[in-house]
Design a protein around this ligand. Structure first.
Ligand code: NAP
Length: 450
């Protein structure tokens, strides 16, 4: 693979890139179909991604099909879906690959006894398939993770509604935690010139998701002055949500679980921060019922921070642990927008607080290409910054996923694929210099708290 690295770093123009041989195999982080019972009987918490994720040499798909692109991946990142895949919850991802494989001869390539996972990348276009006109070999790109077929009418208002909508590197094979990845051309977006490879690879999935949840008309349609409660505000989704709220002239109320994360939220510009660890909210009683008194205590704390106002929007993703509180504290007429259920997907809330106060719950999932593009445009313009706190080599991807599973991380965790070291890939040093403290904010915090 060093040959590929040498070649991509020395190729001068698109013709050089187009002439590069596609390697027969590459290194990739894989799950094995014969290991899906590895953690049978264990609690989720005890399922260890370091045991299920393997660095392997795997064949590279020989030629990209119509509308497809092979990318030489310089860097990728860990997402929470990396954790879900690696602990085989809620179901092993091989079920998705089998189902996808049945849809067409091109898709059949994805149904393999191993799964190359990963839903973010930054790198160089290596090869384009028939019909790809928007991208050329050598283009520096990032990829968002929406894979769609668009053969049905359903997806043509909003591509997230395509019945054949999948998350690349989770519900498809050939993901980003590898030296070469296979994507559809309509997943590609320009890489921000002022960022390194690993910084550029950090944002795609979470930034696009938070953008649709908060800013898009498909989500909560954020407006100036809104109060927005952001759970996990120094985590992956939350760290981008906090920035998007601030950039939109609204006020985040950031919830985090320790002082270091509270400091990061303040450093991003948030004034209202709740340390749920220090304040000890217990929304659930030991007998499995909820505790409305704790909802009220949480709501009073929010009002203290906002001057008596309730959240117009709640960015939900913890799920079962917090959902009852989220519905309760939302303003009359306000919106809970949910994209996940990290702590459990059977939610319970008191519906009187929803219907009598005319609140809405919106389900949101990733983002369509347009939303992902808008979110990436904000990154390219340095209006939103990556929240990379740590970087691992590909060989230590299991450890990186373990850290995220154990909530030991802040913001995003990066992974170097072909990039031999951190700090490479910057083509706009002046823009970088203007924003360097914001770009490295999470990195520096990670170093000082390590
Ligand atoms: P992350 O980086 O681990 O951040 C999640 C944050 O949630 C943590 O930092 C933690 O913050 C907070 N949290 C954890 N347990 C909590 C609890 N019991 N109560 C309150 N807060 C809690 O993960 P992420 O990347 O932000 O992803 C979060 C979830 O969204 C995952 O389930 C992921 O799969 C999902 N997701 C879905 C989509 C989609 O398209 N549908 C896209 C992205 C992510 P503190 O400990 O500081 O409070």
């Amino acid at each position: 693979m060093n040959e590929l690295l040498d070649a991509v770093t020395q190729a001068a123009d698109p013709d050089d890139f187009a002439a590069l041989p596609v390697p027969e195999s590459c290194r990739a982080l894989t799950l094995r179909k014969d290991e899906t019972e590895l953690f049978a009987g264990l609690d989720s918490r005890d399922k260890d991604p370091r045991k299920s994720l393997h660095l392997a040499e795997v064949p590279v798909p020989d030629q990209p099909g119509p509308g497809e692109v092979l990318v030489a991946v310089m860097a990728s990142s860990v997402n929470y879906n990396t954790v879900w895949s690696a602990i085989f919850e809620p179901v092993p991802t091989f079920a998705f690959l089998e189902r996808y494989g049945r849809t067409s001869p091109l898709a059949r390539r994805h149904d393999l006894p191993y799964h190359v996972i990963g839903s973010d990348l930054a790198g160089y276009v290596l090869r384009t398939g028939p019909g790809v006109r928007a991208w050329r070999p050598g283009d520096r790109v990032v990829a968002h993770c929406l894979s769609v077929e668009l053969e049905s009418a359903d997806g043509h208002d909003d591509t997230m509604l395509d019945p054949e909508q999948r998350i690349w590197g989770y519900e498809t094979n050939f993901g980003g935690l590898a030296e070469v990845a296979l994507v559809k051309a309509n997943q590609l977006m320009p890489k921000a010139g002022h960022l390194t490879w690993e910084e550029a690879a950090a944002s795609g999935l979470v930034n696009s998701t938070a953008y649709r949840q908060l800013v898009s008309r498909n989500g909560a349609d954020l407006k100036q002055g809104d109060n927005v409660l952001v759970w996990g505000a120094a985590g992956g989704l939350g760290s981008y949500a906090t920035q998007l709220v601030l950039a939109g002239g609204a006020q985040p109320i950031c919830v985090v679980s320790d002082q270091a994360k509270a400091d990061l939220c303040r450093a991003m510009g948030a004034d209202a921060v709740i340390d749920r660890g220090a304040e000890g909210y217990r929304f659930w009683n030991a007998d499995g019922t909820q505790n409305p008194r704790e909802w009220r205590r949480f709501g009073s704390r929010i009002r203290e921070l906002t001057g008596g106002e309730d959240p117009d929007i709640v960015l939900e993703h913890p799920g079962r642990d917090t959902f009852g509180a989220s519905v309760y504290v939302t303003r009359r007429g306000g919106t809970v927008v949910t994209c996940a259920s990290t702590t459990g997907y059977t939610h319970e809330y008191d519906n009187r607080y929803l219907w009598m106060s005319l609140k809405r719950i919106i389900g949101s999932h990733f983002a369509n290409y347009r939303e992902a593009w808008e979110a990436n445009r904000l990154i390219c313009k340095a209006r939103i910054h990556p929240t990379l706190s740590g970087v691992y080599p590909l060989a230590d991807g299991g450890q990186a996923a373990y850290d995220v599973h154990r909530n030991r991380h802040q913001g995003k965790v990066g992974v170097l694929c072909l990039a031999p070291q951190e700090g490479l890939g910057v083509s706009e040093p002046e823009l970088r210099a203007q924003h360097i403290s914001a770009i490295t904010r999470f990195r520096n915090a990670g170093e000082s708290t390590a």
